[in-house]
Design a binder for this molecule. Structure first.
Ligand SMILES: [Zn+2]
Length: 300
Protein backbone atom coordinates (compact mmCIF):
# COMPACT_ATOMS: atom_id res chain seq x y z
CA UNK A 1 0.00 0.00 0.00
CA UNK A 2 2.70 2.36 1.09
CA UNK A 3 4.82 1.41 -1.92
CA UNK A 4 1.86 1.83 -4.21
CA UNK A 5 1.14 5.27 -2.80
CA UNK A 6 4.73 6.31 -3.26
CA UNK A 7 4.70 4.91 -6.80
CA UNK A 8 1.51 6.82 -7.49
CA UNK A 9 2.88 10.16 -6.34
CA UNK A 10 6.18 9.50 -8.12
CA UNK A 11 4.24 8.88 -11.34
CA UNK A 12 2.32 12.11 -10.79
CA UNK A 13 5.56 14.06 -10.30
CA UNK A 14 7.12 12.53 -13.43
CA UNK A 15 4.00 13.29 -15.47
CA UNK A 16 3.83 16.85 -14.15
CA UNK A 17 7.49 17.25 -15.07
CA UNK A 18 6.81 16.05 -18.60
CA UNK A 19 3.92 18.48 -19.00
CA UNK A 20 6.06 21.37 -17.74
CA UNK A 21 8.84 20.46 -20.18
CA UNK A 22 6.38 20.39 -23.08
CA UNK A 23 4.86 23.72 -22.09
CA UNK A 24 8.32 25.22 -21.55
CA UNK A 25 9.37 23.93 -24.96
CA UNK A 26 6.55 25.85 -26.56
CA UNK A 27 6.66 28.95 -24.41
CA UNK A 28 10.35 29.60 -23.83
CA UNK A 29 12.90 30.59 -26.44
CA UNK A 30 16.12 28.55 -26.39
CA UNK A 31 19.32 30.05 -25.00
CA UNK A 32 21.65 31.21 -27.76
CA UNK A 33 25.39 31.80 -27.70
CA UNK A 34 26.45 35.41 -28.47
CA UNK A 35 27.56 34.24 -31.94
CA UNK A 36 24.17 32.63 -32.60
CA UNK A 37 22.38 35.71 -31.24
CA UNK A 38 24.32 37.92 -33.65
CA UNK A 39 23.26 35.76 -36.61
CA UNK A 40 19.58 36.18 -35.71
CA UNK A 41 19.43 40.00 -35.82
CA UNK A 42 17.41 41.83 -38.50
CA UNK A 43 19.35 42.90 -41.59
CA UNK A 44 18.61 44.66 -44.87
CA UNK A 45 18.11 42.52 -47.99
CA UNK A 46 17.11 45.26 -50.45
CA UNK A 47 15.88 48.83 -50.09
CA UNK A 48 12.81 48.53 -47.83
CA UNK A 49 13.11 44.74 -47.41
CA UNK A 50 14.70 43.13 -44.37
CA UNK A 51 15.05 39.62 -43.00
CA UNK A 52 14.97 38.40 -39.41
CA UNK A 53 17.06 35.28 -40.04
CA UNK A 54 15.99 31.72 -39.23
CA UNK A 55 18.02 28.61 -39.93
CA UNK A 56 16.00 25.67 -38.63
CA UNK A 57 12.73 24.34 -37.29
CA UNK A 58 13.83 23.76 -33.71
CA UNK A 59 15.91 26.75 -32.50
CA UNK A 60 15.76 29.85 -34.70
CA UNK A 61 12.57 29.14 -36.69
CA UNK A 62 11.87 30.32 -40.23
CA UNK A 63 13.14 33.43 -41.98
CA UNK A 64 10.85 36.42 -41.39
CA UNK A 65 10.72 38.91 -44.28
CA UNK A 66 9.95 42.52 -43.30
CA UNK A 67 8.66 44.90 -46.03
CA UNK A 68 8.59 48.47 -44.76
CA UNK A 69 6.31 51.06 -46.38
CA UNK A 70 5.34 54.57 -45.25
CA UNK A 71 1.83 53.29 -44.43
CA UNK A 72 2.87 50.30 -42.32
CA UNK A 73 4.82 47.06 -42.39
CA UNK A 74 4.05 43.73 -44.04
CA UNK A 75 5.87 40.72 -42.59
CA UNK A 76 6.13 37.18 -43.93
CA UNK A 77 5.90 34.43 -41.29
CA UNK A 78 6.21 34.89 -37.52
CA UNK A 79 8.34 32.03 -36.14
CA UNK A 80 7.22 30.39 -32.87
CA UNK A 81 4.43 30.74 -30.32
CA UNK A 82 6.81 32.82 -28.15
CA UNK A 83 8.32 34.97 -30.93
CA UNK A 84 5.97 37.99 -30.97
CA UNK A 85 8.03 40.23 -28.66
CA UNK A 86 11.30 39.39 -30.42
CA UNK A 87 9.90 40.05 -33.91
CA UNK A 88 8.15 43.27 -32.82
CA UNK A 89 11.39 44.58 -31.26
CA UNK A 90 13.43 43.65 -34.33
CA UNK A 91 10.98 45.49 -36.62
CA UNK A 92 10.96 48.53 -34.27
CA UNK A 93 14.74 48.72 -34.64
CA UNK A 94 14.37 49.63 -38.33
CA UNK A 95 11.04 51.52 -38.50
CA UNK A 96 8.40 53.28 -36.37
CA UNK A 97 5.65 51.99 -38.70
CA UNK A 98 3.21 49.44 -37.22
CA UNK A 99 3.00 45.84 -38.48
CA UNK A 100 -0.27 45.80 -40.44
CA UNK A 101 -0.16 42.45 -42.28
CA UNK A 102 1.37 39.01 -41.74
CA UNK A 103 1.54 36.65 -44.72
CA UNK A 104 2.04 32.98 -43.80
CA UNK A 105 4.06 30.78 -46.20
CA UNK A 106 2.47 27.70 -44.56
CA UNK A 107 1.04 26.48 -41.26
CA UNK A 108 4.09 24.93 -39.51
CA UNK A 109 4.64 26.10 -35.92
CA UNK A 110 8.09 27.56 -36.72
CA UNK A 111 6.55 29.83 -39.40
CA UNK A 112 3.03 30.66 -38.19
CA UNK A 113 3.50 30.13 -34.44
CA UNK A 114 2.74 33.65 -33.20
CA UNK A 115 -0.18 34.39 -35.53
CA UNK A 116 -2.57 34.78 -32.61
CA UNK A 117 -0.48 37.55 -31.03
CA UNK A 118 -0.10 39.44 -34.31
CA UNK A 119 -3.85 39.13 -35.02
CA UNK A 120 -4.55 41.46 -32.07
CA UNK A 121 -3.41 44.39 -34.24
CA UNK A 122 -2.73 43.07 -37.73
CA UNK A 123 -4.37 40.91 -40.38
CA UNK A 124 -2.86 37.46 -40.95
CA UNK A 125 -3.38 35.99 -44.43
CA UNK A 126 -2.68 32.41 -45.53
CA UNK A 127 -3.63 29.87 -48.19
CA UNK A 128 -6.96 28.19 -47.38
CA UNK A 129 -5.22 24.80 -46.92
CA UNK A 130 -2.69 26.35 -44.52
CA UNK A 131 -5.60 27.63 -42.42
CA UNK A 132 -7.25 24.18 -42.55
CA UNK A 133 -3.96 22.61 -41.40
CA UNK A 134 -3.71 25.09 -38.49
CA UNK A 135 -7.25 24.17 -37.41
CA UNK A 136 -6.80 20.39 -37.85
CA UNK A 137 -3.49 20.42 -35.95
CA UNK A 138 -5.03 22.39 -33.06
CA UNK A 139 -2.64 25.32 -33.51
CA UNK A 140 -3.62 28.81 -32.40
CA UNK A 141 -3.94 31.79 -34.74
CA UNK A 142 -6.12 30.50 -37.59
CA UNK A 143 -6.13 33.43 -40.06
CA UNK A 144 -9.32 35.43 -40.63
CA UNK A 145 -8.44 35.91 -44.31
CA UNK A 146 -7.51 33.16 -46.82
CA UNK A 147 -6.96 32.82 -50.57
CA UNK A 148 -6.87 29.94 -53.08
CA UNK A 149 -4.63 30.80 -56.05
CA UNK A 150 -3.21 34.21 -55.26
CA UNK A 151 -3.85 37.45 -53.44
CA UNK A 152 -2.02 40.72 -52.87
CA UNK A 153 -1.65 43.42 -50.24
CA UNK A 154 -1.35 47.03 -51.41
CA UNK A 155 0.11 49.28 -48.74
CA UNK A 156 1.91 52.63 -48.99
CA UNK A 157 2.29 52.32 -52.75
CA UNK A 158 3.87 48.86 -52.42
CA UNK A 159 2.39 45.59 -53.71
CA UNK A 160 3.18 42.26 -52.07
CA UNK A 161 1.76 39.13 -53.67
CA UNK A 162 1.06 35.74 -52.11
CA UNK A 163 0.86 32.93 -54.68
CA UNK A 164 -0.01 29.26 -54.27
CA UNK A 165 2.01 27.59 -57.04
CA UNK A 166 1.21 23.96 -56.20
CA UNK A 167 1.89 21.20 -53.69
CA UNK A 168 5.32 20.46 -52.29
CA UNK A 169 6.32 20.88 -48.65
CA UNK A 170 2.59 20.90 -47.74
CA UNK A 171 -0.69 21.41 -49.63
CA UNK A 172 -0.94 25.03 -48.42
CA UNK A 173 2.39 26.58 -49.40
CA UNK A 174 2.53 30.19 -50.58
CA UNK A 175 5.45 31.99 -52.16
CA UNK A 176 5.51 35.67 -51.31
CA UNK A 177 6.57 37.88 -54.21
CA UNK A 178 7.87 41.44 -53.98
CA UNK A 179 7.54 42.46 -57.66
CA UNK A 180 9.03 45.97 -57.29
CA UNK A 181 12.17 44.51 -55.70
CA UNK A 182 12.57 41.30 -57.70
CA UNK A 183 12.57 39.27 -54.49
CA UNK A 184 10.67 36.25 -53.12
CA UNK A 185 10.18 34.49 -49.79
CA UNK A 186 9.72 30.82 -50.70
CA UNK A 187 8.68 29.33 -47.37
CA UNK A 188 9.88 25.74 -47.00
CA UNK A 189 9.39 25.00 -50.71
CA UNK A 190 13.06 25.99 -50.76
CA UNK A 191 15.48 25.68 -47.85
CA UNK A 192 19.24 25.75 -47.92
CA UNK A 193 22.38 25.24 -45.84
CA UNK A 194 23.00 24.44 -42.20
CA UNK A 195 20.86 24.64 -39.10
CA UNK A 196 22.08 26.79 -36.23
CA UNK A 197 23.57 23.62 -34.67
CA UNK A 198 25.60 22.96 -37.83
CA UNK A 199 23.56 20.02 -39.17
CA UNK A 200 22.39 20.09 -42.80
CA UNK A 201 18.87 20.99 -43.96
CA UNK A 202 17.09 18.74 -46.47
CA UNK A 203 13.62 19.07 -48.01
CA UNK A 204 10.65 17.64 -46.10
CA UNK A 205 7.53 16.46 -47.95
CA UNK A 206 4.96 16.62 -45.15
CA UNK A 207 2.49 13.95 -46.33
CA UNK A 208 0.45 14.36 -43.13
CA UNK A 209 -0.36 17.89 -44.31
CA UNK A 210 -0.87 17.24 -48.00
CA UNK A 211 2.74 17.59 -49.16
CA UNK A 212 4.00 15.94 -52.36
CA UNK A 213 7.53 15.06 -53.46
CA UNK A 214 6.31 14.07 -56.94
CA UNK A 215 4.59 17.40 -57.65
CA UNK A 216 7.26 19.58 -55.98
CA UNK A 217 9.52 20.11 -59.08
CA UNK A 218 6.59 21.40 -61.16
CA UNK A 219 5.64 23.69 -58.27
CA UNK A 220 9.17 25.12 -58.29
CA UNK A 221 8.95 25.62 -62.07
CA UNK A 222 6.03 28.01 -61.49
CA UNK A 223 8.06 29.84 -58.86
CA UNK A 224 11.04 30.06 -61.25
CA UNK A 225 8.78 31.62 -63.90
CA UNK A 226 8.50 34.75 -61.74
CA UNK A 227 10.93 37.63 -62.35
CA UNK A 228 13.29 37.82 -59.34
CA UNK A 229 16.97 37.71 -58.49
CA UNK A 230 16.87 37.60 -54.68
CA UNK A 231 15.54 34.69 -52.63
CA UNK A 232 14.68 34.46 -48.95
CA UNK A 233 14.36 30.70 -48.33
CA UNK A 234 12.16 29.21 -45.61
CA UNK A 235 15.35 28.60 -43.65
CA UNK A 236 18.90 29.63 -44.57
CA UNK A 237 20.86 32.55 -46.02
CA UNK A 238 19.80 35.05 -48.71
CA UNK A 239 20.33 33.39 -52.10
CA UNK A 240 19.70 33.76 -55.84
CA UNK A 241 17.59 32.04 -58.48
CA UNK A 242 20.47 29.68 -59.29
CA UNK A 243 20.26 27.96 -55.90
CA UNK A 244 16.51 27.39 -56.46
CA UNK A 245 17.36 25.77 -59.80
CA UNK A 246 19.95 23.55 -58.06
CA UNK A 247 17.44 22.57 -55.36
CA UNK A 248 14.85 21.70 -58.03
CA UNK A 249 17.38 19.61 -59.96
CA UNK A 250 18.35 17.71 -56.80
CA UNK A 251 14.68 17.03 -56.00
CA UNK A 252 14.16 15.61 -59.48
CA UNK A 253 17.30 13.50 -59.04
CA UNK A 254 15.89 11.95 -55.84
CA UNK A 255 12.61 11.20 -57.64
CA UNK A 256 14.44 9.69 -60.62
CA UNK A 257 16.62 7.50 -58.39
CA UNK A 258 13.65 6.17 -56.42
CA UNK A 259 11.71 5.56 -59.65
CA UNK A 260 14.71 3.74 -61.13
CA UNK A 261 15.00 1.48 -58.09
CA UNK A 262 11.25 0.78 -58.12
CA UNK A 263 11.60 -0.36 -61.73
CA UNK A 264 14.60 -2.50 -60.68
CA UNK A 265 12.42 -4.28 -58.10
CA UNK A 266 13.09 -2.35 -54.89
CA UNK A 267 10.62 -2.79 -52.03
CA UNK A 268 9.42 -0.30 -49.44
CA UNK A 269 11.67 -2.04 -46.89
CA UNK A 270 14.89 -1.85 -48.90
CA UNK A 271 14.40 1.34 -50.93
CA UNK A 272 16.35 3.51 -48.48
CA UNK A 273 19.38 1.19 -48.54
CA UNK A 274 19.45 1.38 -52.36
CA UNK A 275 19.45 5.20 -52.60
CA UNK A 276 22.46 7.42 -51.87
CA UNK A 277 21.89 11.18 -51.67
CA UNK A 278 25.24 12.20 -50.21
CA UNK A 279 26.36 13.68 -53.54
CA UNK A 280 23.35 16.05 -53.33
CA UNK A 281 24.37 17.18 -49.85
CA UNK A 282 21.04 16.02 -48.45
CA UNK A 283 20.85 13.67 -45.48
CA UNK A 284 17.43 12.10 -46.18
CA UNK A 285 16.07 9.86 -43.42
CA UNK A 286 14.98 6.37 -44.61
CA UNK A 287 11.32 7.25 -43.90
CA UNK A 288 11.55 10.20 -46.32
CA UNK A 289 12.63 7.85 -49.12
CA UNK A 290 9.88 5.39 -48.16
CA UNK A 291 7.45 8.32 -48.49
CA UNK A 292 8.65 8.91 -52.04
CA UNK A 293 8.39 5.17 -52.75
CA UNK A 294 4.78 5.20 -51.50
CA UNK A 295 3.87 8.23 -53.57
CA UNK A 296 5.46 6.97 -56.79
CA UNK A 297 4.03 3.46 -56.47
CA UNK A 298 0.54 4.78 -55.63
CA UNK A 299 0.63 6.95 -58.76
CA UNK A 300 1.36 4.02 -61.09
ZN1 LIG B 1 7.71 23.91 -42.74
Amino acid sequence: MRTLQRLGSLTAVVMLGAVLVVVAGQRQPPTFTPEQEARLQIREVKDGLYVIPGFDGNMSGGNVAVRVTDAGVIIVDDKYLYSYDFIAAQVRSVTDQPIRYVLNTHHHFDHAGSNADFMQNAEVIAHKNARANIVRNDQTGAPRVVFSDETAVFLGGVEVQARHVGRGHTNGDAVIYFPDLGAVHTGDLFIWGQRLDGSTLAPFWDFGNGGSAAEWPATLDKLLALDFDTVIPGHGPILTKDEVRTFRRNLQTVLDRVQGQIEAGATRDNIASRIDTNDLGWPLAPVRLQDVYDELTAAR
